[in-house]
Design a protein around this ligand. Structure first.
Ligand code: PEP
Length: 252
């Protein structure tokens, strides 16, 4: 059985007070409403992680970050290392989000380094991939996404590859209100799983959780999450509303 995961990506939103309120609402609703077989993750801004970790101690909700350095430590002003993340109880790290690729110039090779250091410290990377609209319009999305995966992940051993989570996020659907149809999501997720099967074999491919991200909301989550190869969601905007976020996590 693949792990079902619903991860909230708060991005650069929420002051500490706002984040505490949001977290306590999710924790309280989650106590009665969340299923044991769905791993919920809150990927919060770095400065909130310590506070949130204390709030999540007695819950099954895991803590995630949204980025990390590719370096272990040293003279990298403003950067955050995986050891720092680990030391405050972080379990997951989003890597390669399209906003980091586009606004901060993160390339496939840099992401490969970040994946390595994350795995070395036993954190779980949520590796994001996805095509821009121009690529989708040319119907070249499968090759585009498969190239992102190959360049940043296929240097891994089968054992290490088994530890990662993949999030397919078509860029044209992120924060736009446009969602991939369930057919589009399933087609891409199945293609990714086939690519993993070809590289690492069926056992590895069948164990990898592949999340969908892109304007997932309570109203469309059930249909997307019912796709055979969709194992969860990476949720941006809707993760900032506790009711919506918990409802998405209940939509499997
Ligand atoms: C995201 O940023 O990962 C995301 C999926 O955002 P949204 O849900 O707002 O489209």
């Amino acid at each position: 059985m693949r792990k079902k995961i619903i991860a909230g990506n708060w991005k650069m939103n929420q002051t500490l007070e706002e984040g505490k309120i949001l977290t306590s609402e999710v924790v309280n609703m989650g106590k009665d409403e969340l299923r044991d077989d769905v791993q919920v993750v809150l990927c919060a801004p770095f400065v909130h992680l310590t506070t949130l970790q204390a709030m999540l101690t007695d819950s099954s909700i895991a803590l995630g970050a949204q980025n990390c350095s590719n370096h272990a430590s040293g003279a990298y002003t403003g950067e955050i290392s995986v050891a720092m993340l680990k030391s405050v109880g972080t379990e997951y790290v989003i890597l390669g989000h399209s906003e980091r690729r586009e606004y901060f110039g993160e390339m496939d090779s840099l992401l490969a380094e970040k994946i390595d250091i994350t795995l070395e410290h036993s954190l779980t990377p949520i590796f994001c991939c996805g095509e821009p609209l121009v690529v989708r319009e040319k119907d070249e999305q499968l090759a585009y996404v498969q190239s992102q995966i190959e360049k940043s992940l296929f240097h891994l051993s089968a054992e290490d590859f088994s530890k990662i989570v993949i999030a397919y996020e078509p860029i044209w659907a992120i924060g736009t209100g446009k969602t991939a149809t369930s057919d589009q999501a399933q087609e891409m997720h199945a293609a990714i799983r086939k690519q993993i099967t070809d590289q690492y074999g069926e056992e590895v491919a069948n164990g990898i959780s592949i999340l969908y991200g892109g304007s997932m909301k309570p109203g469309n989550a059930e249909e997307l999450l019912s796709c055979l190869d969709v194992d969860g969601g990476l949720i941006g905007g809707a993760s900032l509303k506790s009711r919506d976020f918990v409802d998405i996590a209940k939509s499997f």
